[in-house]
Design a protein around this ligand. Structure first.
Ligand code: ADP
Ligand code: MG
Length: 684
């Protein structure tokens, strides 16, 4: 390696942070600003201020109470202030010697004993004061602020910041990109802090609008690329398999199920690949809609694959679909096949044969469905349940199972986590969305209660009552093993305690580290009704369907996301029995549950509407929860906030098609500027 290629630690840090191009640095905006333009007098300061003072050291000594620390007293002529350092070097101690005159900066705390600062920064007094606010960037230890600041300013002067918006795009903010970036990186002396931090300022508006536009362009472009691919035309036959399926179902479809089935059937009948997300709250009946789509594909002479994230879920689908479809398929010499990782070799070989030969009209399974050895004869439709649990690569692998070049199977993705509208419009802009907004009739609403962990015994009594009535109970724990750091009770301990407290009741345990065979055995005891109580970690989160379960207890509910709690709660209230969900919470160390945590849990008790809950989750936790694996590695929005910037999103959404149609070169430049090489991730 030649010497010139050896990178310094700050250079390495820049690469690690993805700040490689000038434009990347220019778009790395300050986290906040510090006001180093003024020296304040202690007399005029207020509690909590981050203040800069100039003062003389009047005493400097090491104290050992309550722990070893350097205690320095300074006087600025108006008042005194005590500086405390819990770690310090001899050189610092020297610089803080009695008589030294220093410029000191830190957060002021009051109290009975006068002003204090803990670990303030300091340097010799005097020297010029900066004329403008100082930007502070997000960085890492090996990349000092001063180095980064210089790198940013250099990049800002070199980067091409010319306008990439189409002429006449009428941006929502009149400021240009260059103006906005210079304003935020290099505040002018007279610019007040408020306007730099105000995200409604034209500079911020411009950046957010541009960012959203890049995202919309990239998604629209990948949608258009996909539209050039071809899929088989799967036309629903009159009196075909899907109508026969309707006749054998033990229930009538809800209006919402009918509507989404029609939307899907319409897509299947076209030669462009379907790319549709079917969303519907837990228990809304998505499986049967998938079965309809499968029936249409099979009728047209093609195979359908259904992939689920866990074996338990895949098996449940398998049973249901076999029950519904196999009697209809058998007369045609067709079957439903089953593929999982835990399968015996012999069975697997047999299944692979059925898939390759085309006899398996429907193939249900886990990730095993996308493995190399699996070869379909004619894959026409791929269904992915709980799509957010799969990664980009897995989705691409399933789509690649189509044998003819340039062809793709139709793709139906299902999710029980409803995606708020703004997210659907941004991250999922390349998807068509169908929504089941109605539950099947006869469901009883689940009553949700917030109960302190100290009242566990009462909850156990309640379980006893439910089991005595022949009902079943889920008990969900957030962790499998004891963790020293977090005092969370674990599934194993809870399982033991409940087994002791409930003699004569079969209490089972299910957690993600158990071997698959054991998991299945436990699950089948619960499904068949022999097991009264099932203690588990979140493995039951997705899709499990036991209508006789009427009570769910969630331990340490404060550790879960709202949407996750809602999913869990959806496991009860599936039958006619009155059902309840108990959210057990542990008051925090300070003796009470944090205010926001309580508010969150209260929201759970107040609403059963998955969309409303998802909206609140988005507000509280940001979009990461919803995107899951879909966006791993892809840029999340840095500047725009989907809960407040809906008008900017609308603007970007309208502009994107026009830009791609009439200004392909500007579109390309814009995407390259904002997304760099990352836009590939958005395509799957
Ligand atoms: P999810 O949307 O959560 O995947 P499922 O497909 O598992 O929901 O359906 C939940 C339960 O509701 C299943 O037992 C299913 O058979 C039943 N179901 C589905 N549609 C209807 C309907 N229209 N009427 C009555 N029960 C239905
Ligand atoms: Mg489901």
């Amino acid at each position: 390696m030649s010497e010139s290629t050896v990178l310094s630690p700050p250079q390495k840090a820049l690469i690690k942070l993805g700040l490689t191009r000038d434009i990347d640095l220019a778009l790395h905006l300050p986290l906040r600003y510090e006001d180093e333009t003024r020296i304040v007098k202690l007399r005029d300061a207020r509690e909590g201020d981050t203040a800069q003072i100039e003062a003389t050291v009047t005493s400097c000594e090491i104290s050992h109470r309550p722990r070893r620390q350097l205690v320095v007293t300074v006087d600025d002529g108006s008042d005194t202030c005590v500086l405390r350092f819990f770690s310090f070097y001899p050189s610092q101690q020297k610089a803080l010697a009695v008589g030294a005159r220093l410029r000191i900066r830190g957060e002021l705390k009051g109290g009975f004993l006068g002003w204090q600062m803990v670990h303030p920064t300091f340097k010799p007094a005097g020297g010029a004061l900066p004329s403008a606010l100082t930007p502070i960037y997000s960085t890492v230890a090996s990349l000092p602020q001063a180095y980064l600041r210089k790198a940013v300013l250099g990049a800002l002067s070199r980067a091409d910041l010319s306008d990439t918006l189409a002429p006449g795009a009428s941006p929502p903010a009149l400021w240009s990109l260059g103006q906005s970036l210079h304003f935020l990186h290099q505040p002018k002396p007279d610019v007040p802090l408020g306007s730099l931090e105000d995200r409604r300022h034209p500079a911020w508006q411009r950046l957010k609008a541009e960012e959203l536009l890049a995202q919309q362009l990239s998604q629209l472009q990948s949608k258009r690329e996909r539209d050039t691919l071809r899929s088989p035309k799967l036309l629903a036959q009159h009196q075909g398999l899907h109508e026969q399926l309707l006749a054998v179902l033990p229930f009538k479809l809800t209006r919402a199920q009918q509507r989404v089935s029609e939307e899907i059937a319409r897509d299947l009948g076209r030669i462009v690949p379907m790319h549709r997300l079917l969303q519907g709250d837990v228990g809304s009946g998505k499986t049967v809609v998938a079965a309809f789509a499968a029936a249409i594909a099979i009728d047209a002479g093609w195979q359908c694959a259904l992939m689920a994230p866990t074996e338990i879920l895949a098996e449940q689908h398998f049973r249901k679909l076999i029950g519904w479809l196999e009697p209809l398929l058998a007369p045609r010499g067709l079957r439903v096949a089953w593929l999982t990782g835990s399968q015996k070799k012999k069975e697997r070989t047999q299944m692979l044969g059925l898939v390759a030969g085309g006899e398996a009209a429907l193939v249900v399974g886990t990730h095993a469905v996308i493995q190399d050895q699996v070869q379909f004869k004619k894959l026409g439709l791929a269904v992915i349940d709980e799509q957010h649990r799969f990664g980009v690569a897995q989705r691409l692998a399933l789509r690649a199972k189509m044998t003819e070049p340039g062809q793709e199977p139709h793709l139906l993705m299902m999710s029980a986590t409803p995606i708020p509208r703004t997210l659907a419009m941004s991250y999922y802009a390349d998807l068509d969305v169908s929504t089941i907004d109605e539950l099947p009739p006869g469901r009883t609403p689940v009553v949700t209660k917030l109960i302190a962990d100290s009242r566990r015994d009462e909850v156990t009594e309640r379980i006893r009552g439910q089991v005595a009535m022949g009902r079943q109970v889920y008990w969900v724990c957030p962790l499998i093993e004891e963790s020293e750091a977090l005092d969370l009770s674990n599934a194993t301990a809870t399982h033991e305690a409940l087994s002791q407290a409930l003699p004569g009741v079969m209490v089972g345990l299910l957690h993600s580290r158990m071997p698959v065979g054991e998991k299945k055995a436990v699950m089948s005891l619960f499904t068949s009704g022999q097991m009264g109580v099932l203690v588990s970690t979140t493995v039951i989160e997705v899709g499990v369907d036991v209508p006789n379960a009427s009570l769910m207890v969630i331990e340490h509910a404060e550790r879960f996301g709202l949407s996750q709690l809602h999913q869990l709660r959806g496991r009860v209230g599936r039958g006619a029995a009155a059902s309840a969900c108990v959210l057990l919470y542990s008051p925090g160390q300070s003796g009470r549950l944090g205010e926001t945590a309580r508010e969150r849990l209260k929201a759970m008790a107040q609403t059963a509407d998955g969309f409303e809950i998802a909206r609140r989750d988005l507000e509280i936790r940001g979009p990461g929860e919803f995107l899951g694996a879909r966006q791993s590695g892809a840029p999340l929005l840095r500047f725009a906030d989907l809960t407040t910037d809906t008008d900017l999103l609308e603007w970007a959404r309208k502009l994107a098609p026009m830009m791609l149609d009439r200004h392909p070169e500007l579109s390309r430049l814009h995407m390259a500027r904002w997304l760099g090489g990352k836009s590939e991730y958005l395509k799957a």
